[in-house]
Ligand binder design. Structure first.
Ligand SMILES: Cc1ncc(COP(=O)(O)O)c(C=O)c1O
Ligand SMILES: Nc1c(O)cccc1C(=O)C[C@H](N)C(=O)O
Length: 440
């Protein structure tokens, strides 16, 4: 049976908390201009607080019906004709829609295809080949494992060096760190050994938000290309790829774009660079004339060349519903809600959890923070397991980080309060159990 939605269940317990330093969860939910969107998501049985939309966004209520329509219509009735009628254009059409609503990018520069990992490989491999003679890839040492592993593989495959940028886990990636790394990679001119720099816009661990425009400009001063991983920012933080002069970006669609488990990723390549990049997985769907069945691969002009095989059309369905919500709400309002959620989270963590020795690992300045707040405590692995039993779902990241993921369109302030109060109670219980000693 489906119980109350997380938002309403959580709001009921919000009374009073946090009043000393700011509005309560109940007041914040009551005045939230985006509150109406919460009801557009499917309620989850037994879940009282879902704070993991930065790993897997929630499904929309409409998603089941959208699938049924496609199965009966485009697939079931139009059958193979749907490729000509809509599907062949979908990777680029949907890419343009993501670009307009969330990436600050003009049409013709974004494609939806493959997993994030595969697109990262294709883009990194193409980028290093476009800077012949340069021998290094630079990447921060706290980047997400898949980014690191792909770069390690490409370095091995192409005989390049992978130079790690050592990041301060709290301060994230800064312009000073980039300057130091590029200086260390200089031969005759600033950073002239570097082919490609790969960074994440929002750190999956700390939630630190990088200054993309400034860092990109610095990388360009060195004559290198930059690839930004947007997994943790697309749909939750403002992005202006064209204005920031970004070369290449890749992001997933199952977090804040709510595309569902394994939904295909997107890649952006600035127009001026597209025909210079040769991607390594040369499949027929990226060829200049798909149905010519010709001998020899000739890449399509523009973004189509980054497609390899048949695109996962069904996997592109749920995100289309979510893009409608994002278009309706607008990214400025989404960012405002994200900031309000993370500020409230930090306020009540300070109020309720610092007495237990919990530390905030995310930046305290909202201008430097994405949409999740990571808090640290040595007992958080066990605390997370207990929270999950109670229907409160954040996630744990080694060695001691509990991530509170706040999805602006689906998370309520009440959910945050319920979670933080539960963390306090569990820490208090385990502390008193420890004091009582063994045998209790
Ligand atoms: C920064 C970042 N890059 C990449 C990925 C994942 O890649 P894939 O979608 O291929 O699993 C994630 C999350 O899973 C991520 O957080
Ligand atoms: N992509 C994931 C998956 O397939 C299973 C479990 C979790 C994930 C995640 O998204 C992890 C996430 N990117 C992270 O930031 O840790």
């Amino acid at each position: 049976m489906t119980t109350a939605t997380p938002a309403s269940a959580a709001t009921a317990t919000a009374e009073g908390a946090g009043r000393a330093t700011g509005p309560s969860a109940e007041e914040l939910d009551g005045t939230d201009p985006l509150a109406r969107f919460r009801d557009r998501f499917l309620p989850a049985d037994g879940v009282v607080a879902y704070l993991d939309g930065n790993s897997l966004g929630r499904p929309l209520r409409q998603t089941g019906a959208d699938f049924a329509d496609v199965v009966a219509g485009e697939w079931g009735t139009r059958l193979i004709r749907s490729w000509d009628e809509r599907w062949l254009d979908l990777p680029l059409g949907l890419g343009d829609r993501i670009a307009a609503s969330t990436l600050g990018a003009a049409p013709g520069q974004t494609v939806v295809a493959d997993s994030t990992t595969v697109l990262l490989y294709k883009m990194m491999r193409a980028a290093v080949a476009a800077r012949p003679g340069r021998t290094r890839i630079l990447m921060d040492d706290d980047n997400f494992p898949t980014d690191r592993f792909i770069a390690e593989g490409i370095a091995r495959e192409c005989g390049l060096e992978l130079q790690w940028i050592p990041v301060d886990k709290a301060a994230g990636i800064t312009i000073d760190l980039i300057d130091e790394a590029l200086t260390a990679a200089s031969g005759e001119a600033f950073g002239d050994r570097v082919a490609l720099v790969v960074l994440s816009h929002v750190s999956y661990r700390s939630g630190h938000l990088a200054d993309v425009a400034a860092i990109t400009a610095r990388v360009h001063d060195a004559g290198a290309l930059v690839l930004w991983d947007l997994c943790h920012s697309a749909g939750s933080a403002p992005i202006e790829l064209d204005a920031w002069n970004v070369d290449i970006a890749v992001g997933c669609t199952y977090k804040y774009l709510n595309g569902g488990p394994g939904s295909p990723a997107f890649a952006y390549v600035a127009s001026a660079l597209q025909n210079e990049l040769d991607q390594p997985i040369q499949g027929w769907m990226g060829a200049s004339d798909i149905f010519a069945m010709a001998e020899g691969y000739v890449p399509a002009k523009g973004m189509r060349r980054f497609i390899s095989g048949t695109p996962p059309i069904l996997g592109m369905l749920p995100m289309q519903g979510m893009l409608e919500l994002i278009e309706e709400a607008g990214m400025p309002a989404i960012r405002q809600k994200s900031i309000a959620l993370t500020e409230y989270t930090i306020r009540i963590v300070d109020d309720l959890l610092t007495p237990f020795g919990v530390q905030v690992a995310s930046p305290r300045d909202s201008g430097e923070r994405g949409s999740h707040v990571t808090i640290r405590h040595p007992r958080f692995k066990a605390v997370t397991a207990e929270l999950w039993k109670r229907g409160i779902i954040p996630d744990f990241r080694n060695p001691d980080g509990l991530r509170l993921g706040l999805s602006p369109l689906s998370t309520s302030f009440g959910e945050v309060l319920v979670a933080v109060e539960a963390i306090r109670d569990i820490l208090a219980d385990t502390e008193s159990a420890a004091e009582a000693g063994p045998g209790r």
